[in-house]
Design a protein around this ligand. Sequence first.
Ligand code: ADP
Ligand code: ZN
Ligand code: MG
Length: 476
Amino acid sequence: MSYLPTIGLEVHAQLLTGSKIFCGCSAAYGAAPNTHVCPVCLGHPGTLPVLNRKAVEYAARAALALGCTVHPASVFARKHYFYPDLPKGYQISQHARPLATAGRIAIDTPDGVRHVRITRVHMEEDAGKSLHEAGDFTGIDYNRSGVPLIEIVTEPDIDSAELAAACFSRIRDILVAIGVNDGNMEEGSLRCDANVSVRPSADAPLGTKTETKNINSFRYVQRALQYEIDRQIDILTSGGTVEQETRLWDNAAGVTVSMRSKEEAHDYRYLPEPDLPPVVVDDALIAELRRTMPEMPEQRRERLVAQYGLPPYDAGVLTQSPALTAYFEETAAASGNPKAASNWIMVEALGRLNAAGLDISAMPIPATELAGLIRLIDSGRITGPTAKMVFERMFTEGGTAEKIVEAEGLARVSDDSAIERLVSETLAAHPKPVEQYRGGKKQTFGFLVGQVMKASGGKADPEKVATYVRRFLEQT
Ligand code: ADP
Ligand code: ZN
Ligand code: MG
């Protein structure tokens, strides 16, 4: 029997605010332990939280970029559990009324675009950090206590470890593109918990899920999830049942291990937070956030298709980075020929750069000069083969197309008598294919045109060459 996996992700992302969510302490990473703390983030009795406006803006910006509806009012709640890194004995989070719900993201896969729905995006504070490496005691660093987070929860729409990894990457790319998160899993500013279950068929009810935590590197998302999928399938195929539990990914061993079972699961006793008013996000803020939202790769791709008439494939390649898109747009504008700009960039420029392990930032030809080359072709001053040569020179030695063409005498030869002379000379030197053509073997035509082009150093007008070659061959 085969099994189908189901996965839902819970992503925690630290917001790039200067200060913490409910106090003025610095939210910066990497300071000496317990140097970014105050009575509020240490949970001293009698202190009151004050919401950081910037954190709300960043959270709302993220929610919009994830396609969610941001609610005009949302409510903080106390999530209770007891752990030394949580000084108040509860975490301020959002529960019944989160900041935003019902989003959707698109993920490019080798089999086409897949969509994953976003259940919710809510704000919360981070806990401190236990340091177990200190010897025979555990140290706690409260610098992270009160750092603003968003939690992004997906629907269980993901059906493979590979798609889960791609979905997580996509979420990261979006958060980084809009400047609300630094995408750094190793420092813990982006974390991913994954819920996994398996079932015998797509119409069977969802199976019992486990939640895997502690996947702290990008490279291991897919591996950890594949391990957990295979573990559950092994259990079921050998007649067992999957326990609902929380598991930890052990990177060194390459396995997930049980952390706590359903019986040990917390009852968080959520209560509305009495010390904070509802979070209000008004229409003016939403409008402002939308207005200042940078273009997402997806939108950029659609725009390139619509605005320049590019094939979707070209648009996909040219939107792989904002710098590449900018280079294309500048070349397209300066040359007036977007499709030619796209071809030169995708084939000649990226071909050479990729082969050298470089990206567009290392492109030695400025966009305006590539446009200059395209204009020389479009105006008929140089032929296609000459243009390739000129590009090569521009790429390796620099210089403008105009100057190279002038200095090397590379302008197109379209003078009729010169071409006619070249054709008769060249064809006279190839009596055999000429004879074959005349004897009915018409395929030698292309070969002869090629020989004339070669004799001209690629400079002869190819259409005129073809005309004169045909004329020569047809006259007997
Ligand atoms: P819980 O009640 O355990 O918090 P939720 O229904 O809130 O569970 O879902 C938490 C996460 O688990 C979400 O990302 C959701 O998509 C995912 N999820 C829910 N049920 C399953 C399942 N059977 N298999 C895999 N993932 C699931
Ligand atoms: Zn503080
Ligand atoms: Mg839940």
